[in-house]
Design a binder for this molecule. Sequence first.
Ligand SMILES: [Zn+2]
Ligand SMILES: [Zn+2]
Length: 165
Amino acid sequence: MSRQDVTEKIQAFIDTCHRHHLKITPQRVAIYRELLQSDMHPSADVLYRLVKRDYPNISFDTVNRTLLTFVHIGVANVVEIFGGAKRFDANVSDHHHLHCIQCGSITDFHHRYFDSLADPEDVPADFQILDKRIVLKGICNACSKKTSQPHGTPHHDENPKQKGK
Ligand SMILES: [Zn+2]
Ligand SMILES: [Zn+2]
């Protein structure tokens, strides 16, 4: 993300906070900036450690609550991961995720057909669909390289065989 993109997104973030009567604090802006500049869909803990470098007195709880507030006002999303810590995403526009089941990495991808999927017929009529996002689970390139069977079925060995480097 370019410097200008970051500046514009932060300005939009500040405007949204104003609309929601949310006080703009340097800590809030710092948390948003770190989330915006990370493409890793970080957890609250990862963001806490990043923001703590500039704001040593900030607590994990503050970071976590701030992130949930961001989700509430629509400037961030919680990524659909079940089990493990919540992961956050400042990209609230249409996109989809590749989720590596070995290292937990979450990577964005774009697909216009997925963006415009019709509502499935067997979804109950009284279920209000707010968002449709495709999650493709698999093994990322880095993890494939680490295992001895890059094209085989994923193994869950505790000690995957390391190939000589
Ligand atoms: Zn991986
Ligand atoms: Zn994403």
